[in-house]
Design a protein around this ligand. Structure first.
Ligand SMILES: [Zn+2]
Length: 102
């Protein structure tokens, strides 16, 4: 059984809070921040991320990056840098979108 597009966008939280359609490509969400907004490709209205959700992803991710590089400096920088960044990217894709106030 194939996964419907709506299921896929639900997992990655790409559905628009206005029209419930997929509103942006996956990669574009990685560059979305609460201070910016993107227009939904289906209905054209603005969507953004909530500050509280964004900080719940970014702050622990940056702390993990600092801790890994402070205490596991013997490990390749490639690994200690890549793991937190990948974690931030995956978690950011799971954040729900919200309607832009403007
Ligand atoms: Zn929309």
């Amino acid at each position: 059984m194939a996964v419907a597009p709506s299921k896929r966008s639900l997992m990655l939280r790409l559905s628009c809070p206005h029209c419930e359609q997929a509103c942006m490509p996956t990669l574009q969400k990685l560059f979305l921040a609460p201070s910016s907004s993107i227009n939904c490709k289906s209905c054209g209205r603005g969507v953004t991320l909530r500050w509280s959700h964004y900080l719940l992803v970014v702050v622990p991710g940056v702390l993990l990056l600092v801790v890994l590089n402070r205490y596991f400096a013997g490990i390749e920088l490639f690994i200690t840098g890549l793991v937190p960044v990948l974690l931030i990217c995956i978690l950011q894709l799971m954040l729900p979108l919200q309607k832009d106030r403007f």
